[in-house]
Design a protein around this ligand. Structure first.
Ligand code: ZN
Length: 164
């Protein structure tokens, strides 16, 4: 797997742009792309100011500190004990201050969303897979940072797509 970025689409955008699988009609809201910085960043495709306003792409900041949960001393001890004879010890050992972001910290509405100005001015290809195993390719055309066209292609997953 190469490096990519993730794009989430808001429910409004999914509805308005018809982001659905043409095979099973399932809605599609999570995609990957290699057309941006390919830096494992997360972007959000949404209306600039509510329904009816232009659709733009926003860069999401890392989850806010307030969603950070530190492991307790007990959790750290229990985790590290279990690693005594593990080859993964160096990587999986937890220290004071280690922790994780709560799931809700990753929700777009709980993250700072950076307006990308008039960028991108391009066709952005994003791709994903449907639960029915179809491969989804979506070309999103931006002009001056605003979505002007969306093309969806839905194809059967080939065996060769799964080997990378
Ligand atoms: Zn489907």
């Amino acid at each position: 797997m190469g490096i990519f970025d993730t794009i989430h689409a808001s429910a409004d955008v999914i509805e308005q742009c018809g982001l659905r699988c043409s095979n099973c009609n399932e809605t599609l809201g999570d995609f990957q792309t290699k057309d941006l910085n390919s830096s494992m960043s997360t972007y959000y495709l949404r209306h600039a100011a509510g329904p009816g306003t232009p659709i733009k792409l926003y860069l999401l900041d890392e989850p806010d500190e307030k969603y950070w949960v530190e492991y307790t001393a007990e959790e750290i001890e229990k985790n590290n004990e279990g690693l005594q004879n593990s080859g993964w010890r160096a990587i999986l050992t937890r220290r004071t201050g280690d922790g994780y972001f709560m799931q809700k910290g990753f929700l777009p509405e709980n993250r700072h969303q950076r307006d990308m100005g008039e960028n991108p001015h391009c066709v952005l290809r994003m791709y994903g897979a449907c639960v029915c195993k179809r491969f989804i390719d979506i070309d999103v055309k931006f002009t001056d940072g605003i979505v002007v066209d969306v093309k969806i292609e839905c194809s059967e997953l080939q065996e060769s797509d799964l080997v990378e």
